[in-house]
Design a protein around this ligand. Structure first.
Ligand SMILES: CCCCCCCCCCCCCCCCCCCCC/C=C/C(=O)SCCNC(=O)CCNC(=O)[C@H](O)C(C)(C)COP(=O)(O)OP(=O)(O)OC[C@H]1O[C@@H](n2cnc3c(N)ncnc32)[C@H](O)[C@@H]1OP(=O)(O)O
Ligand SMILES: Cc1cc2nc3c(=O)[nH]c(=O)nc-3n(C[C@H](O)[C@H](O)[C@H](O)COP(=O)(O)OP(=O)(O)OC[C@H]3O[C@@H](n4cnc5c(N)ncnc54)[C@H](O)[C@@H]3O)c2cc1C
Length: 664
């Protein structure tokens, strides 16, 4: 029935103020106003229609994306949208495009690694989109191992130029988004060679295409790398391949904030750490954490609404069947994901603060917090994207068979999201960076150097190695101090155990390789502690609105106790908790699920997603699922004709043949 809210009774059961929860989710009243206004602007504009994506061919899909980005840009300039509004518009348009790399990596790379003069020259062009850029780091042969890149930038003192060259097939740039068909420029990462000496990987701005006819400039071969996972999905993006044949660029197109090459060909290292060449990745990893909460909340919103609509079994005397959301198994799979979405939101907020802080310090030549910023962005990027990709797939299964239909929105969401586990650093490679940081922290404990920031708890390592969990009743697990101590003790004990095992190896690097699986587990434990502790910190803030804080407390406890249950092996093996305490945690978790149940629909309404953005028949706000699913099926191109194309050629002769055989 059109216009009827099938989830109205669910909404009436909410025990908190949903409008105030929307403010908490958005981050502020202002952010909610902007987000709400822009989401409606996008949803009401037919140019941003997206329900036909999965049935378009690659060429149609790509052209459609070009049309949408041009329209988006037109609206941004006509309406004079602020940066915040424009970025919300990009979010609600919900289509990966070259503009992501232009705004998200090309511009930040120049900003972070360019000199004042370079910023003044390139940024105005890029801001007005008079040039379009991408971030070309990865090559066919090397992605994770940035130091292994092969593209060369050889200084020619005669002409004051760099010669950019791809010496091997494996040195071909491979993957950069926006490179294949659109970008006119790129920030290229290449080995700097001066007078035969290799000075390592640096960034260079290179023009790729003519500004007159978009043709590749001489010496440049460029194209798209081909179809990717899923229909629609990330295929709106022109991930590209690029080869250079001795392409010359002026010397001032090397990004020279970190290192410089003088007119005489002298290499000069600034007083800033070399690692700043990797700065753009730190920036993007931080945005990816915030984005994880968006992707996960979207899948959870779909699965929660559908679970309240869907009924199976349990009918007594012809009465209604049970809503699947009332099954404890459904709750134990769904509610931890709901809690994770909120947890990732808050850790994303905190990470944004950390990133802003480290950027300000870098500007003042204080580099002390850079290793922690790298470890936190790498580790949380890894943790949140892995959990989100798995969570989206779990939401698909939570929707049963209908979750497998494209009209559920979940297959495309998964296909678009899952490469986040690989891009901006493979998740295992990034956890190993965290592990390195942790091992360094543990090794320095005896030196009197006090760990700070997210590793401050390691400073209490003696106490954490011996403490005994105080839980005696299930309710004790609701105390933040109890949860924090259990997570800190588990993380500290896992790191210390790894550090001790490493001492058994004569060569520490060999030991690191041999123990790398254990080390990634220690890194995960540390990152989970960060997420739990930032959720707990959030709850210390003043949070207005009837029942809002109480709901967040329930979610925080679900998140922590779900992790404890999932990683019980770690907690028991390290002796942080006893089997009895583990079973009390489980009892408490079941009780928390019951408390979350009446609020589940309102908790996903608080994400404030429009039906356009969700793009899911199962996740519709009004819960009117079945008539819409039925309607949607008839829109499939296969249903354009009752008898399918191919009947005459393939089906009819087969049927006739069977008939003839039967007569013989
Ligand atoms: C439709 C409408 C449009 C309208 C327009 C509107 C516009 C509005 C705005 C829109 C905004 C959009 C925003 C979108 C966001 C962006 C989208 C993102 C899309 C993602 C696309 C993907 C891109 C990519 O993938 S780029 C390539 C990424 N590559 C990697 O991540 C490679 C991974 N490898 C590495 O990072 C390193 O090599 C690493 C970490 C493995 C290190 O390797 P190593 O060899 O062991 O180490 P080494 O290099 O020797 O370093 C030693 C030393 O340095 C430390 N280190 C390493 N990395 C860093 C770092 N980043 N920062 C600081 N320190 C670092 C390392 O720990 C070592 O330290 P020590 O041990 O102390 O020596
Ligand atoms: C959709 C998408 C968009 C992208 N966009 C861009 C872009 O715009 N610009 C750009 O420059 N790049 C881009 N990339 C490339 C991306 O950054 C790399 O693919 C990524 O960094 C992983 O590197 P790799 O492909 O070399 O993986 P590999 O390193 O080859 O990984 C293969 C396997 O080896 C394992 N492995 C590797 N090293 C180690 C180790 N030291 N220890 C243990 N295990 C290890 C990994 O865990 C993985 O299981 C994109 C990639 C994708 C998928």
């Amino acid at each position: 029935m059109e216009g009827v809210d099938h989830l109205a009774s669910e909404r009436s059961r909410a025990q908190f103020d949903v409008e105030e929860m929307k403010v908490v989710w958005a981050g502020s009243r202002h952010a909610l106003e902007v987000s709400d206004r822009i989401s409606r602007l996008v949803a009401s504009d037919p140019a941003f229609r997206k329900d036909n994506r999965t049935s378009l061919s690659r060429k149609e899909l790509f052209k459609n994306t070009l049309r949408k980005t041009a329209h988006a840009w037109k609206r941004i300039t006509e309406l004079r949208l602020s940066e915040e509004e424009a970025s919300r518009l990009r979010f609600y348009v919900d289509e990966p495009a070259f503009t992501d790399l232009h705004w998200g990596m090309f511009i930040p790379a120049i900003k972070g690694q360019g000199t004042e003069e370079q910023l003044q020259k390139w940024l105005p062009l890029a801001y007005k989109m008079q040039i379009i850029g991408c971030y070309a780091q990865t090559e066919l042969g090397h992605g994770s191992n940035v130091q292994g890149l092969e593209t060369t930038a050889t200084f020619d003192p005669q002409t004051d130029e760099f010669i950019i060259h791809s010496p091997t097939l494996t040195s071909s740039k491979w993957w950069p988004g926006g490179l294949g068909k659109v970008s006119t420029h790129a920030v290229i990462y290449a080995r700097l060679i001066i007078d035969g000496k290799d000075y390592g990987v640096n960034g260079f701005i290179v023009q790729l295409r003519s500004m007159d006819d978009h043709l590749p400039l001489p010496g440049i071969t460029v194209g798209d790398i081909g179809m990717k996972f899923g229909s629609g999905a990330y295929n709106t993006m022109d991930n590209g391949v690029l080869r250079f044949d001795h392409v010359r660029i002026p010397r001032d197109q090397m990004l020279m904030r970190v290192s410089q090459v003088t007119r005489e060909g002298k290499f000069v290292q600034s007083n800033v750490p070399r690692q700043l060449v990797y700065g753009t990745m730190v920036y993007v990893r931080q945005t990816i954490v915030a984005d994880a909460s968006c992707a996960l909340s979207r899948a959870v919103c779909i699965a929660t609404r559908y679970s309240a609509v869907r009924r199976q079994f349990g009918s007594q005397n012809g009465g209604v069947e049970t809503q699947v959301i009332d099954y404890k198994t459904q709750q134990s799979r769904l509610f931890p994901l709901l809690a994770s979405a909120y947890a990732f939101r808050f850790v994303g907020e905190w990470l944004k603060w950390l990133y802003t802080d480290v950027t300000q310090r870098l500007q003042a030549n204080d580099f002390s917090t850079l290793p922690e910023a790298h470890a936190c962005t790498a580790g949380l990027k890894s943790l949140t994207t892995s959990a989100t990709a798995d969570g989206i797939e779990e939401c698909r299964k939570l929707c049963g068979g209908h979750g497998y239909l494209c009209s559920s929105g979940l297959p495309e969401l998964f296909a678009v999201y899952v490469p986040a586990c690989t891009y901006e650093g493979d998740n295992i490679v990034l956890l190993l960076q965290v592990a390195r940081f942790l091992m360094k922290t543990v090794s320095q404990l005896g030196s009197g150097k006090k760990p700070v920031g997210t590793t401050a708890y390691m400073g209490r390592v003696d106490q954490l190695m011996q403490c005994h969990c105080a839980v005696q009743r299930a309710e004790d697990w609701l105390k933040p101090s109890v949860i924090l101590e259990a997570f800190e003790a588990r993380s500290a004990r896992m790191s210390v155990a790894c550090a001790q095992n490493l001492t058994n190896f004569a060569n520490p690097e060999e030991g690191f390789l041999e123990l790398s699986a254990d080390l990634t587990e220690a890194a995960v434990a540390h990152c989970q502690l960060i997420v739990v502790s930032k959720f707990i910190e959030k709850l210390k803030q003043d949070i207005p609105g009837k029942g809002v804080k109480e709901q967040l407390e329930i979610l925080c406890n679900i998140y922590a106790l779900f992790l404890l249950h999932k990683h019980l092996g770690d907690f028991l093996k390290t002796g942080c908790i006893s089997p009895k305490q583990a079973s009390l945690a489980n009892d408490q978790l079941r009780s928390l699920y019951s408390q979350a149940r009446p609020n589940a629909i309102a908790l996903v309404d608080a994400f404030d997603y429009t039906d356009h953005f969700l793009g899911s028949v199962l996740g519709r706000y009004d819960g009117n699922v079945y008539p819409k699913l039925y309607e949607e099926a008839w829109k499939d191109p296969l249903n354009d004709s009752v008898v399918p194309d191919g009947y005459q050629e393939y089906i009819r002769p087969m049927l006739k043949q069977q008939l003839r055989n039967a007569r013989l």
